[in-house]
Design a protein around this ligand. Structure first.
Ligand code: HGY
Ligand code: MN
Ligand code: MN
Length: 413
């Protein structure tokens, strides 16, 4: 099978052009459903069309570029990722997977190389889940995994998913039409930055993902008693923020010291009324646990409930725990891991196997298609921050391995 070589300069240019859309002094603000998100998707669609793909947006808001193969009876080989970012995020998370997938198709088009399978490039909607505190919306729509509480979700301003999906070309009333069945895709491949330190520390250019982490997200409401900060004696307070802080430390200890699960984070907090001269009467915190094992996530939830009950009893505050989202861990099949290793060998690149501590659209699509993920190093392991960076060489290596993987799949599936 003759090699086709991606164009590294063109890939780097597209990454930087996409990275200029939604860029701010505080990092990338291309948050799902924002005008910047729409602009980023439109830019990517223009590249898809230039690469010879037909483009459409499904009811789940997913952008789908498609290039026919020589045998229309065959299911498509899909590649992709997401172009939405976390607030003040980086230029490579998601973007690399989409730009590299488009670059692969552009390379095939430039060399008049028609595959047997149709090829699709997908930009999944709202992978990060920032606005509705629910992630993987587009990929879970495509996998037919959305639940009623996803469809009925409202954001912090009370705006529903429907109007937001409409803003990006989706349609909540028809969202079930976005679902694809097993067999409709021959495989799904996702190139992504590692977002952790492993590959950068070991100097390995290509990561072969072995599994994608499970994740449990909780919303905890702590109810104390608002009162005057100046006149209320310390012994007479029900300070919801002090109690919330005690729970935050218990969450940190749960993973940090007791190692109940791999990581635990309290990443969101809202204090009410959030005025410096008022003892906070109500606080909401967002907590997430991650681990490649289901039972570790279950153990983390029980430990959270135990710690919350203890703080409530000692401090005399109310504690309400709502389980927001539970995403099971997903393994990558060994035969697909081996294909990634072979694709890397074809371009002389060393590989290292590792699990993904981040969640990805691939873990939703895994329920309807064989999937594999390729990682490239994140410099200093930084991600979800403006300092997120992967070198042009590492990005090009990842794109080349992605193309080799698609060619192997076209030959064998
Ligand atoms: O949060 C994550 O793991 C992913 O970056 N959405
Ligand atoms: Mn991502
Ligand atoms: Mn992310």
């Amino acid at each position: 099978m003759p090699q086709s070589s991606i164009n590294a300069r063109r890939l780097e240019r597209s990454l930087q052009e996409l990275g200029a859309i939604g860029e701010s002094p505080l990092g990338m603000q291309r948050v799902a459903f924002s005008p910047a998100d729409v602009a980023g998707r439109e830019y990517a669609m223009s590249l898809m069309r230039r690469a010879g793909m037909d483009t459409r947006i499904d009811a789940g808001g997913n952008v789908i570029g498609r290039k026919a193969g020589s045998d229309p009876r065959l299911p498509a080989i899909a590649m992709g990722s997401h172009t939405d970012t976390v607030p003040s995020g980086g230029k490579y998370d998601g973007a690399l997977g989409v730009m590299a997938a488009i670059e692969c198709v552009q390379t095939l088009t430039d060399s008049n190389r028609e595959l047997r399978h149709p090829v699709e490039v997908v930009i999944f909607a709202n992978e990060e889940g920032t606005r509705f505190h629910r992630w993987l919306i587009g990929s879970r729509a495509m996998a037919g995994m959305l639940e009623d509480d996803d469809l009925n979700a409202v954001d912090d301003d009370g705006i529903g998913l429907g109007p937001c999906l409409a803003d990006i070309g989706g349609d909540l009333t028809r969202i079930h039409e976005a679902a694809r069945k097993s067999g409709e895709l021959a495989a799904y491949f996702e190139l992504h930055i590692e977002q952790g330190p492993t590959l950068h520390q070991s100097g390995t250019p290509i990561g072969v993902v072995t599994a994608i982490t499970g994740r449990a997200v909780f919303d905890v409401e702590i109810t104390g008693k608002a009162n005057h900060a100046g006149t209320t004696p310390m012994s007479a307070r029900n300070d919801a923020l002090v109690s919330a802080s005690r729970l935050v430390l218990a969450v940190q200890r749960l993973a940090g010291e007791s190692e109940v699960c791999r990581v635990a984070t309290t990443g969101a907090i809202q204090a009410h009324p959030n005025a410096v001269n008022v003892i906070p009467g109500n606080v909401r915190i967002g907590i997430e646990f991650r681990d490649p094992e289901m039972d570790a996530l279950a153990a983390a939830e029980s430990e959270l409930r135990r710690a919350a009950a203890a703080v409530a009893a000692e401090d005399g505050v109310g504690m309400e725990i709502h389980r927001q989202r539970f995403t099971p861990p997903v393994p990558v099949q060994p035969k697909l891991q081996a294909m990634v290793e072979e694709a890397a060998r074809q371009c002389g690149l060393a590989t290292e196997k590792l699990p993904s501590g981040a969640g990805h659209d691939a873990q939703a699509i895994a329920s309807i298609a064989d999937m594999a993920m390729i990682f490239v190093p994140s410099v200093d392991g930084i991600s979800h921050a403006p300092e997120e960076f992967s070198t042009p060489e590492d990005c090009a290596n990842g794109a080349q391995v992605l193309l080799n993987l698609v060619l192997l799949a076209d030959e064998r599936f």
